[in-house]
Design a protein around this ligand. Sequence first.
Ligand SMILES: NC(=O)c1ccc[n+]([C@@H]2O[C@H](COP(=O)([O-])OP(=O)(O)OC[C@H]3O[C@@H](n4cnc5c(N)ncnc54)[C@H](O)[C@@H]3O)[C@@H](O)[C@H]2O)c1
Length: 427
Amino acid sequence: MDRLIRKLEDHSAIIGIIGLGYVGLPLMLRYSEVGLKVIGFDVDNEKIKTLQSGESYIEHIPSSSIKAAVGNGFVATSDFSRAKDVDALLICVPTPLNKYREPDLSFVTNTVDSLVPYLHAGQIMSLESTTYPGTTEEELLPRIEKQGFKVGKNYYLVFSPEREDPGNPDFKTQTIPKVVGGVTDECLQTGIALYSQVVDQVVPVSSTRAAELTKLLENIHRAVNIGLVNEMKIVADKMGIDIHEVISAAATKPFGFTPYYPGPGLGGHCIPIDPFYLTWKAREYGLATRFIELAGEVNTKMPEWVIGKAMDALNERGKSLKGSRVLVLGVAYKKNVDDMRESPAVELMQLLQDKGADVNYSDPHVPEFPKMRSYSFDLKSVELNAETLRNYDLVLLATDHTALSSTLLRSNEYERIFGNSGTCGSE
Ligand SMILES: NC(=O)c1ccc[n+]([C@@H]2O[C@H](COP(=O)([O-])OP(=O)(O)OC[C@H]3O[C@@H](n4cnc5c(N)ncnc54)[C@H](O)[C@@H]3O)[C@@H](O)[C@H]2O)c1
């Protein structure tokens, strides 16, 4: 343990990052920036080729940063035998839900199964993927100990959840405090040494299960409060009150109130998915997670509510949704990013199309509609200008990218279309 901590502290340790996505890539950049050598592992050979040639494939991560990391010795590979060359293995692979909306841990377990033949004594493994309490001890620990290691004695195992907020310029990997929990106290001490090289504040907790639940609490807190404000939006709308005015006024209270904003539904890889990891695990304890279920129910109904409002708006002008030309503005799941995962805007496009509308979209961050598991649109982003806007019966602002509102303002169309009532950007 002392030897590993020394190597981490004098930056002679080699870091292995598995899963070079929205979470793994910024983490790789940070280790590389402070001077540690990083080997990145992924199963996607396209990504490996792109990164290895010094290019980024994520819009908010500049290629210059990837080039600098390659210059500092970063290599990307699909050869898992290189795990034998590293001192730390940080696992950042997806944790989605399966078609029954139950946790799909196959990415995590497949990763660990690919790594175990190459583990060596004196190494640390950290799981960063969001998951239910117990995963590290129930899924990772037995796989490592089966190889003959004694965790806490000659191998170290921790859980440390990622808190990435892609596209948010106010926080970077270094300044976001990092929670870490170890299987034993020795694991925790090693985990603290691993992360204190790259983040300003490491927050130790008593166990991997506490660290796993911490991440879920953070995301459930958001899902439930977004559900609440979405419900408030429906009530306010029926009462003829502007919910945005109310939230702004309430947010002036200097204590005891945190503003959350309504939207057309939940999006992204985290908030619509992670709460249900806890729901599933709680069943093992005979418990129902009613707040989570209720928030899920309210939030998943949002796209239909938006479609209802769109139909009302057309109806007032003597038009039906069927046969109308509709332009959806912003299809990424949140403002100023190119990530489409679970985006409610896409659900809106599908519902509009199902009802017979002729649908197009405009999103400066998504020039071409990507291949998605559940949706298929053979569309390219429509260029936004006063001329194109006039061709549509309905313009639906789903994700309020900064670039969209400035284009609309430039074309003098923003006020005409949206008035002063603000937007309904997705959470
Ligand atoms: N995106 C976020 O903002 C965010 C924030 C906090 C936590 N998380 C959590 O972090 C984890 C990763 O999320 P992400 O957004 O980075 O996902 P991602 O899809 O962007 O990246 C995951 C990467 O893992 C790779 N991969 C898949 N299976 C693999 C395997 N067996 N071996 C090696 N690589 C493999 C994929 O090719 C991909 O490059 C998830 O558990 C997520 O819930 C994400």
